[in-house]
Design a protein around this ligand. Structure first.
Ligand code: CTP
Ligand code: MG
Length: 236
């Protein structure tokens, strides 16, 4: 059997969680008895396609991030890297620690990710060199002016996003040189004129942005950890 090139998960976790609120970075907040980040780490640790994990964190969080890595990432945590003032800068710094052919970038705050979706994302990355998970939009959408926008043309862009590592390095270098800033990495690849494969997912994979988003995460994660509570009642 041919050995597949290894893949590292790069998890940016150096935000401030301003919209979430609270004293600490939201990724340390409790979600069903463990920190938000622990759920994300477990999903990547459980996926055999992921060889290593690199966390990007804020100054002062390093010890805590190592502790969580040791507890929840099954020996896969390779490094904790100091982040920057934007997500893009945090990912760029994290890339310096990556030594594998492929990298999967995933928001630490997207904690409902499943090992199965991670594996699918790795498969698509190996085939296409650049991919992002997307979801079709189901809401009716309009501009502030009141004009409706046809949702058939739109996709919600999520993570994981997977890349051949050197390709993503080149994209970050080019964006930095030209002062281009985006909220995801696939946009930087597209800016180079390269295609990005869209992996359409129907599995809910929300990002914890506001404190109220925790309710959605609780519903999603507890249906996984206690499936019997959510199973339909058998009919008599
Ligand atoms: N992130 C990062 N470095 C930054 C900013 C964000 O690593 N300078 C990370 C966050 O920790 C998060 C992911 O990027 O896992 C997505 O960012 P977002 O949801 O916006 O988180 P925050 O930036 O922490 O939240 P806010 O924008 O409300 O402050
Ligand atoms: Mg942010």
């Amino acid at each position: 059997m041919r050995v597949q090139p290894a893949v590292t998960a790069l998890l940016p976790a150096a935000g401030r969680g301003e919209r979430f609120g609270g004293e600490q970075n939201k990724i340390f907040s409790d979600l069903l008895g463990q920190p938000i980040l622990a759920w994300t780490l477990e999903a990547f640790a459980q996926c055999d396609e992921i060889a290593r994990i690199v966390l990007v964190g804020s100054e002062g969080d390093s010890d805590r991030l190592w502790e969580l890595g040791e507890q929840y990432a099954k020996d896969k945590l390779q490094a904790v890297v100091l982040g920057g003032s934007s997500r893009q800068e945090s990912v760029r710094r994290g890339l310096d620690a990556i030594s594998t052919e492929y990298v999967l970038v995933h928001d630490a705050a997207r904690c409902c990710i499943t090992p199965e979706l991670v594996a699918e994302a790795v498969g698509a990355t190996r085939i296409h060199q650049a991919m992002t998970v997307v979801r079709v939009v189901t809401d009716t959408l309009m501009r502030r002016s009141g004009e409706l926008v046809d949702r058939k043309d739109l996709m919600a862009v999520e993570t994981p996003q997977g890349f051949q590592t050197d390709l993503l390095r080149r994209a970050h270098l080019s964006a930095r040189t030209e002062g281009f800033v985006a909220t995801d990495d696939a946009s930087l690849i597209r800016r180079l004129g390269r295609g990005v494969y869209l992996l359409e997912s129907t599995v809910p994979n929300p990002k914890i942005t506001y404190a109220d988003d925790l309710r959605i995460a609780v519903a999603l994660l507890s249906s996984r950890t206690h499936p019997q509570r959510f199973a339909p009642t058998p009919s008599e």
